[in-house]
Design a protein around this ligand. Structure first.
Ligand code: SAH
Length: 237
């Protein structure tokens, strides 16, 4: 098919999210998530990003590479509907879509140039560590932001964020020097979103959950609208 397109990543993202579980469902929900877009060798030239600093935000076009093998479905179950109602895939931001392309607005923190190798530090991304980036474009408010846009079930950010508390063990860990900057804020922002499956919400839940952020396993439990981080341990090996 002449209309088909073969595309090659121009870079990859290094993000704190080492697994899909608990990644925020849209960008901007965890601003403490700092990521680095490392440009691929052929595209790692200062000319390619000249003048990009005048934009505070960027669009990232990327591949949901970890879901590609699972294909796509015409109907999906948006978490906002509690996971029990089906909606057309093109009426959602589901990752299981034809061509598996994602798009996210992120904040550009700075451009890093080291011996002609280019990387972009961004915040607020909802991308898995290692996600291939296919394109980067500036966010243009006059056109990309529409004041009177309506968005049905997705008009507002998810409500009733969880209150997040930390155990003594976790609080002690934050005092260590080798903890990533903004680590505590990142955990709070991620867990405030209540990443548990939709059917668990508003139900009694004794389970201990775990997620990986940076180089750590984070364990937590939920009672009503309170999340208690029970332990944080370095990922071994
Ligand atoms: N803002 C994007 C993504 C929305 S879905 C868009 O609208 O297109 C966000 C979810 O994508 C995250 O919660 C995470 O679980 C998933 N995700 C992120 N990177 C991924 C990847 N490389 N492969 C598969 N899923 C990914």
């Amino acid at each position: 098919m002449t209309d088909s397109l073969t595309i090659t990543p121009i870079g990859h993202i290094e993000s704190p999210f080492k697994q899909k579980f608990a990644i925020p469902r849209q960008p901007g929900l965890a601003p403490a998530a700092k990521s680095l877009i490392v440009m691929q060798k052929d595209y790692s030239h200062p000319d390619m990003v000249r003048d990009i600093e005048q934009y505070s935000h960027l669009w990232l076009i990327f591949s949901f590479h970890q879901n590609l093998a699972q294909g796509w479905n015409a109907l999906v179950r948006p978490p906002r509907l509690g996971g029990n109602k089906k909606t057309g895939v093109l009426a959602t931001r589901s990752t299981f879509r034809p061509n598996g392309l994602g798009m996210s607005v992120v904040k550009l923190e700075r451009v890093i140039t080291k011996a002609n190798a280019i990387s972009l530090e961004v915040s607020g991304a909802d991308l898995l560590d290692g996600t291939p980036i296919f394109d980067i474009k500036p966010y243009i408010p006059y056109s990309d932001s529409i004041d009177d846009a309506t968005a049905g079930i997705a008009q507002h950010a998810p409500q009733q964020p969880m209150l997040v508390y930390f155990s003594e063990q976790a609080l002690l860990l934050f005092k260590k020097h080798d903890i990533p900057t903004g680590f505590r804020e990142l955990i709070e922002q991620v867990l405030a979103q209540d990443p548990r499956p939709a059917y668990k919400q508003n139900k009694r839940d004794d389970k201990e959950y775990a997620m990986q952020l940076h180089e750590f396993d984070i364990f937590w439990q939920v009672t009503d609208n309170t999340t208690q981080v029970t332990r944080i341990t370095p990922i071994l090996g």
